[in-house]
Design a protein around this ligand. Sequence first.
Ligand code: HEM
Length: 198
Amino acid sequence: MTAMLLAQAQAQPDAGLRHVAQYSARLSYVCMCLTLCWGVLTATGWVRNITGRKALRGSHLALATLTLAFGGVHALCFLFLSTGALSLAYITIPLFVPGALARHELGIVGFELMLAIALTASLYRFTSYRRWLWLHRLAYLAVGLTAVHSLLGAIANGHLAVDWLIGITLLVPTVTLSVLRFLPVRTLERIGLLEEQV
Ligand code: HEM
């Protein structure tokens, strides 16, 4: 038994690290989708009856922090692989290293956009609300890029069969809420999602 485990460890020297990279990626994906859904629900007040706005905003912030923490661990794991490790420049500066894979670039740009949005989230007191909102709404783009990165990453790793069910289950409400957020009020009233105030 010990000999078998030893042989396995020698055949796949980074198996543990790769598992950490995969599981942190999946957790980050789950938190990312929930952050966006919760953000839309908080901004629109569509769940205000369940709990107060302050609690909603707090959970949106907590989910965003978890997304970045797990996403950061996932990306950093690739620095420590004994074979095929990525360099710090590769995982931090998009389009810098020649031959960088497009699917990796999508993850890097998505992650860095999310980081920028999180870092500027508390600055709304110091700038105009419109400008702050414009920056914060880049989150939709960041989630889109990272979702495509996750799909292509799972395919490249041969994990699509494991990842697709939860991946799509979470993506459906995320996309639906994003679309609803940008629909004009009249359309929402027409389809019965908002009641006209008379
Ligand atoms: C600097 C940022 C990032 C880098 C450099 C990066 C890099 C990678 C790499 C190298 C893979 C392995 C498969 C492949 O070669 O494509 C991968 C897979 C994956 N990444 Fe990322 N990634 C980053 C950010 C993120 C973020 C923020 C998320 C989640 C929200 C994420 C989710 C995933 C998922 C779900 C997989 C598939 C895991 C599996 O095999 O089950 N990545 N990523």
